[in-house]
Ligand binder design. Sequence first.
Ligand code: PRX
Length: 637
Amino acid sequence: MADESPADGPRGERSTVEPPKSFVDRANVTAASAAAFDDWPACWERAAAMVDWTEPYDAVFDGDRSGGRWFPGGRLNASANCVDTHLAERKTQAAIKWIGKRGERRTYTYLDLYHEVNEFAAGLRSLGIEEGDVVTLYMPSIPELPVAMLACARIGAPHNVVFAGFSAAALAERMERSESEYLVTCDGYYRRGNAIYQKNKADNARISVDHEVTDIVVERLDDESIKLGDATAYDDLLSDHRGEEVEPVSRRANDPLFLIYTSGTTGEPTEVRHTTGGYLAHAAWTSHAVLDLKPEDTYWCSADIGWITGHTYLVYGPLSLGTTTLLYEGAPDHPEKDRVWELIERNAVDVFYTAPTAIRAFMKWGTEHPDSHDLSSLRLLGSVGEPLNPSAWWWYHDHVGDRECPIVDTWWQTETGSILLSTLPGVDAMKPGSAGPALPGIDVTVVGPTGEPTGAAEGGRLTVETPWPGMPLDLDADAADDGWQYVTEDVARIDDDGYVTVLGRLDDTVTIAGHRLGTMELESAIAGVEGVAEAAIVDVRSGGPVDSVYAFVSTDERHEDEARLRRWIADRVESTIGEFAVPERVVFTPELPKTRSGKLLRRLLKDIANDGELGDTSALRNPEIVGEIESALSDRE
Ligand code: PRX
């Protein structure tokens, strides 16, 4: 394909690309319908109308621009909205299409999903689980995970999904913090052909949790040597409750639907509790307006359900709209590097939503992979998780979308629950490199260090200025002089058209395997290894399907056996956080680069690790260390 720009203008950050007419003509949200969305908070009634309520709400929003609650008085059930609602019209349509690690395929129609969710909900009840009890779900991307989420939602038990790659210690910590007495897990799963024994991790977590834990185990490995002990087998629970139906519990709009832990600067997991009404309305509306999902679509969100993207845009959003959602358990490059394109072709995927790091890996693997498949079923492409740089944007546009698909670069966070910034694909022009404007009904600005407005074009901390329906129950927002502010940890610029370009995060967090982790979490795990004096973690763009991190480590005394220390560090990270977080490289250095006041200059390490230009090193107390680190890094392990 010629590397020519389309008629819209030169390729680069400032060019704009109009959505293709073929898309605009069929888009869920048009320029006319978007224009009617300017009266806050009444405009959000439109999102609420996408959800079935068992009791109507008294007001769209109880409060003012300085805070309050969404849809007070309203009652609903999220499971009924994702399943029961669709039985009348699309009972036999696929709700979930699952492709397992070993190529297994399983399809759940909406009717199948209805039965399994009901039977599992009845099973949960029979184990004593009541409304308000927190149920921890610790499973990879297998259909039993969304079934369990929806069964919990049905009986009003908030779920607490813990990413399957987390260690026993990380699971135990999340169960302790949430006071969760119930755990649904699996005996294990396969990774690149090898069995991973998930139940061992779950058992170790149970031992270190202070309270009693009742557990249910999905048998996935087909391995008779695995003993369930006092756990209940998932399949037995289903067959004990075969054919039972559970009336969905009518939940208040502001009852929690689920909790999820995320990372901040403190090194401790932070609990975020999402509501039932506002969250579901926001998830459904953005799935409709931004991802343009229609019931007849097959839609693929490549995120793991363990993170917020999987919750909102693999489960709740698409299922509340009656779409077919694809759940893929495997790796993007296994068995071959064309796996993703093969799956899109074979399943005639209409909308594909992935992360920039995956797109960059696809680029590196080569255009021959997408080019060798018929991707003409695709109508829209999405991206989330970090800035989508213009070259990756264009590659995605040309080689995956064949220049026919708009791209939505969606900005949001675990805390926001759903998308806040994005172009509307049938309305707005796209600007590669920029996420786009705030969605209708959302107000954002940028502020300086003390919360004062700055010139938008100069940039500052991205700040949301009015409450939004998907906001969590205990959002850390500030009352400002003239209203309310949720100040994010992102730095951004806003152009004259209101398009926001996100530049990166301010706090010390890194993204590994698509997940935000605090550098402190990793550094304190490594610093716990005997012989380690100090550790600094930086993320690197490895060019693989997930980004990873390097650890720069200084030792107590000259350590003879670096290989052993390396192994200990890997073991420690695996046991405290999870194998996915093990640094790709450990680089030993006599000292870490510090300022005169003793502050670690992480930015410098990041530049070195990413082969970047080194910025100003004059602030360093120990500038000589830079050369040593560079040479340590160039010694291949
Ligand atoms: O820094 C922003 C980045 O991801 C952060 C949120 O991470 P997490 O809570 O793990 O949720 C990820 C999935 C929603 C944000 O603070 N981020 C997310 N989307 C974008 C982004 N940065 C730039 N552009 C985006 N589209």
